[in-house]
Design a protein around this ligand. Sequence first.
Ligand code: BGC
Length: 854
Amino acid sequence: MVLPRLTTEFERAVAPVGAPRLSWIVDGAPDGWRQHSYELRLGEATYDVESRDSVLVPWPAPPLRSRQRVDASVRVKNANGELSDWSAPVVVEAGLLEAGDWTAEMIGTPLRSDESAPGPVWLFRRELDLTETPISARLYISAHGVFQAEIDGIAVSDELFAPGWSAYRKRLRVCAYDVTHLVAAGRNAIGVAVADGWWRGYLGGEDRRAHYGERIGLIAQLEVETASGRTTTGTSSHGWRVIAGPTRSADFYMGETFDARRAANFDGWSCAGFDDDTWAPCEPIELDRAVLVCHDGPPVRRTEEVVPVAVSATPSGASLVDYGQNLVGRVRLAGVSAAPGTEIVLRHAEVLTGGELCTEPLRSAKQTDSYIASGVGEETWEPEFTFHGFRYAEVRGLAREPEPSQVAAQVCHSDMRRTGWFTCSEPLLERLHENAVWSMRGNFVDVPTDCPQRDERLGWTGDIQVFAPTACFLYDCRTFLSSWLADLAADQMADGGIPFIVPNPRDPSQPFRTGIAAAWADAAVIVPSVLYERFGDVGILGRQLPSMTAFVDACRAAHGPRLNGELFQFGDWLDPAAPADDPAKSATDPVLIAGAYLVRSLSKLATACRLVGRQSDSDFYGELAGTYRQVWQERFYGTAGRLTNDTVTAHAIAITFGLLPGDAAIDRAGERLRELCDSAGHHIATGFVGTPLVCDALTQTGNLETAYKLLLQTECPSWLYPVTRGATTIWERWDSLRPDGQVNAASMTSFNHYALGAVVDWMHRVIGGLSPDEPGYRAVLVAPRPGGGLTSAGVSLETGYGTASVAWQLDGQEFSCDVEVAPNTTATLDLPIAGATREVVGSGRHRRTGRFAA
Ligand code: BGC
């Protein structure tokens, strides 16, 4: 039975806009099924639309007003006029869309904590009476800091670190929770714990904290609807009281300290009837309510528990817990019996030296949690407002070595839907892929970060710019990244430049060196383009267009008619040939990279303009792309028909960004690229910029086997060298752990940085053979290219239309391939089978076999 499954574009209970887009996947469709039209029912109204679109279709009705709720369902028709049943209804509810919807004020504590150190966790509470049983209740809530809210002792949500990190000065996200089941007629209480988080905590180094302000704040509005009409109640303004709770300090970099001896004083603090006489009345804090926006990204949650693989003793006598996996989250201490006042200290690190935690790579981040036991019974505790990047935890203060189950790790990150999988006959490549998945998990903690452990954990633009295509395959990160792009636009500089990190905690009045560093700032254009290509999201292009345009205009103004060599650049960051302490000093000329990215961003912007109907802008930027391509060629393509900068990255970028004058030039560059790779013994010779491109450049120029040799190299530097050294995440440096077994002593050495894992996108498209042929995989290209001695591979992707998958096997010279094509899409099969021609097939399962033809 053909039945559409309807979803709205946001994963939260309320929509941040009045006209959310809708998508559906058609279940039970017969092979070759194609949509001819759809009918959307929104409340009483129906809208009949003749269109094949089924992903992110526009809201057909007048936009919902704040709080308005409507039942939505869809049914679909194919070309033969066969109509499906109505989908199960989905409730679409708008959040608070206007500043004027707020009656609550932001409140804070009159008490001060030490302004030079991480603050305690503040507990805010108030009680309220409801005369009638609610039929619905919503809690709209946000904070300067990170919060956890409870009603009568029950957490309103399992979300962590809410409201997340955004461009706070312009966008402060509001979470809306359905709390109907938590409130009742009679007396109720709300309690909210608020910690420093990104607002007041350390960000970007030892002496840098409280970037946004010294005061923690809370804004909450509980709206209850009863049979006799809506009443707004429980707003933060008056009647709230506050105190520093049993968590003495909480900070993302530093960790958390909890005094369980004090916890007894707070039993039932968020329940009605608790005695808060000693608590202080809250004070109002000024807040421009125009900054309040509905949260538009996925919540951070605990997504997995990892039980340690081993517990042993360190040479210095502590317990050492090995999780067997470098991960991001924290440890839950369980079943602890200790004398009152015993301090149990947990420290975390990614690697060991001499059997002890190696904490140098953490720089000033302490990653240390302390639990001071109450001494009452068996105690269990997990920090609430911190996370760490670690494979190992050191535990001190317990009477004996903990059982593995007493120190299980809780993995925490933005809870996105996993969508993409990869398998192949080479276990090292499967592990490389798995490492990229873990690095994505660890660095998608509300914002896309460089690393999750040391004193950075910042939204470095270059890192996500190169990793975005991989990320969009592994997880449905569309709303995660589009929310981040809203922050990018909000934090964009007045001259159009893009801060190195987004959100940008720095005081905006401090000037930047430049906001157009190539490959970093270009995230402003590339990331929205990737969201369009991978999710079919045209809307994001329309929304980001002013930001994209302002950036590109700033970039060309800074470069002038020739390319400007005086601008600050990161170059091919972490090129293995660069000195360890000067990663920007790449062999590839930073101006070559800057010019290439300028052309790239100009042409992506031209495409975006065309797609949103701005043809003359599109022509303008398209022409400029051509002009700068010419300038680039004049400068970097010598008269001998060779690049003047003879590096792997230079060739890779020239080929993949289409910068060369004609096919002969491309062939020659491919040839030279192959020679460079061969003569380097297939060791990697690229940094952040060249690494995602080199395998594509080789593949496009007929040098597939060289790409495989690079990918399968296991000596340092290479992708698989870390895997052979037991890596379970992608490392920042090719030699974060050096071949002599020493941790790289350079001041910047992380073991969890996704950027160099961007090659995984090539693995999906070329080894697995699945890529989008039309945006959002509405048409897919199935073109696996076996090599490197692999005998099988498979990829599977949950697209917006349903599952698309490819699985191939090579048995001697016999090649077979199974393809699954989602309903309402088509696939072009371009298979390495002798005599086979390209063919287009409709949805369903297809199997092709034949003699392998490379
Ligand atoms: C970060 C990077 C980032 C780089 C740019 C580093 O400290 O960890 O991944 O892109 O700085 O300079």
